[in-house]
Design a protein around this ligand. Structure first.
Ligand code: S3P
Length: 448
């Protein structure tokens, strides 16, 4: 939905030691893809552990508008009765993707090679984000787009009636763009080839293979070359969505900066395209261990154990790690404030076009709370003040960005004075149980 209601300020007071089990919700990326691929399969896909955040619920509504039957059976169990590749009906209403860049970009991809016209919109954050990165490759399939200046939503896409497959080198490290092209390729005859110079999260490739598509991935000098054969019959699946490493980041980081903490975050995927934050925290000297390592659904999984880590040091985060932790830089910058010395984060230009300009949003809030931040177009650095050195005490803007709001709530748990955000509503887009989960561990969060 495009509205977030009246802003509700939220404050995080210095926490008790955080203790216990943090069972974070299902993975957002995999949840979107489960609904979309389920809608493109023939028959019933069953999904357990679906993230029931606003972003994913909006994608579910969209799939229903395209003719799939999406049913909530309660307790995170959902089913999708798909219409098959090429079977989408034309929605009779505007598709509102709310706050979700992943939702809108993946859905644009999956409809662009069907002979239907669809108008997309979102909230103020989504309507400000660049869509040309997706509509440019979709035009190569034959889709036509009319949007606002700068390729912004609201936007209408007229799907290609006779799509041609494409070969596309993704110009920015983006799993959303890669996935949009692959989903469009599903209904184009012949082979669609997508090349990415830097590896980004590979859930689409893994799940397309799981649904029975013919897809091959080759590592070459040009990069990762993904070849998809179009017009398969996708077979419905039984999917158990793993817990989200990007949500796990919040209780993990909170435990590292809150004196006396010891938190277990069970069942977190350590897919190398997603796990960069955890290795970075270990490089900083965090007391973060991977327990009970195992494989689930073909993915490496572990229980993460995070304990208070006053010994952490600032580091240079390897830029080549950026894609594998792109959503985690905001909360990493909070941890960096509690480390000793400077943390340098380079190669992160993409942070400027997320739900907010995340470098700008975090820099403003960190500075207001007494932390020194330096920044350039594609880098930023944070001067750590040590475990007891962060003053806090300020109210930060969350800019309709769930991860900015949650990052400042984490900051308040270890800071000397409470930290507030002007609006905690966006948190429900990805982590609807953030407040009860964190207060259950010992956090002190107040609203209003
Ligand atoms: C996502 C890809 C990333 C990430 C987003 C989820 C996905 O965006 O930031 O939260 O599920 O494909 P980009 O593709 O823009 O990097």
């Amino acid at each position: 939905m495009s509205g977030h209601g009246t802003p509700i300020p939220m404050t995080s007071h210095r926490a008790e030691p955080l203790k216990g089990l943090a069972e974070v919700p299902g993975d957002k990326s995999i949840s979107h893809r489960s609904l979309i691929l389920g809608a493109m399969a023939v028959g019933e896909t069953k999904i357990s552990g679906l993230l029931e955040g606003d972003d994913v619920l909006d994608t579910g509504k969209a799939m229903q508008a395209f003719g799939a039957e999406v049913v909530n059976h309660g307790g995170g169990n959902w089913s999708v009765h798909g219409v098959g590749v090429g079977g989408f009906a034309e929605p009779d209403q505007v598709i509102d993707c709310g706050n979700s860049g992943t939702g809108v970009r993946l859905i644009m991809g999956c409809m662009a090679t069907s002979p239907i016209s669809v108008t997309f919109t979102g909230d103020a954050s989504l309507n400000g984000r660049p869509m040309a990165r997706v509509t440019d490759p979709l035009a190569l399939f034959g889709a036509k787009t009319v949007g606002r200046q700068g390729g912004r939503l609201p936007m209408t896409i007229v799907g290609a009636a006779e799509p041609t497959p494409v070969r596309y080198v993704v110009p920015v490290p983006s799993a959303q763009v890669k996935s949009a092209v692959l989903l469009a390729g599903l209904n184009a005859p012949g082979k669609t080839v997508v090349i990415e110079k830097e590896a980004t999260r590979d859930h689409s490739e893994r799940m397309l293979a799981g649904f029975g598509a013919e897809i091959a991935v080759e590592e070459t000098d040009e990069g990762r070359v993904i070849t998809l054969t179009g017009q398969p019959e996708l077979k419905p699946q039984v999917i158990s969505v793993p817990r989200d490493p990007s949500s796990a980041a919040f209780p993990v980081c909170a435990a590292l900066i809150t004196p006396g903490s010891d938190v277990l975050v069970p069942g977190i995927g350590l897919n190398p395209t997603r796990a960069g934050l955890f290795y970075t925290l270990q490089d900083m000297g965090a007391d973060l261990t991977f327990e009970n390592k195992r494989e689930e659904g073909g993915e490496p999984v572990a229980d993460l154990r995070a304990r208070f880590s006053p010994q952490m040091k600032g580091i240079e985060v390897p830029p080549e790690r950026a894609a594998s932790m792109i959503d985690e830089y905001p909360v990493l910058s909070v941890v960096a404030s509690f480390a000793s010395g400077k943390t340098m984060m380079a190669g992160v230009k993409e942070l400027r076009v997320k739900e907010s300009d995340r470098i700008d949003a975090m820099a403003r809030g960190l500075r207001a709370n007494g932390v020194t931040v330096d920044e350039g177009e594609d880098w930023w650095s944070v001067e750590g003040l040590g475990p007891e050195g962060v003053p806090g005490g300020a109210t930060c803007e969350s800019f309709l960005d769930h991860r900015i709001a949650m990052s400042f709530m984490v900051m308040g748990m270890g800071a000397q004075n409470p930290v507030s955000v002007d609006d905690g509503n966006p948190i429900t887009t990805s982590f609807p149980i953030f407040e009860p989960l964190m207060t259950g561990l010992g956090a002190k969060l107040t609203k209003g």
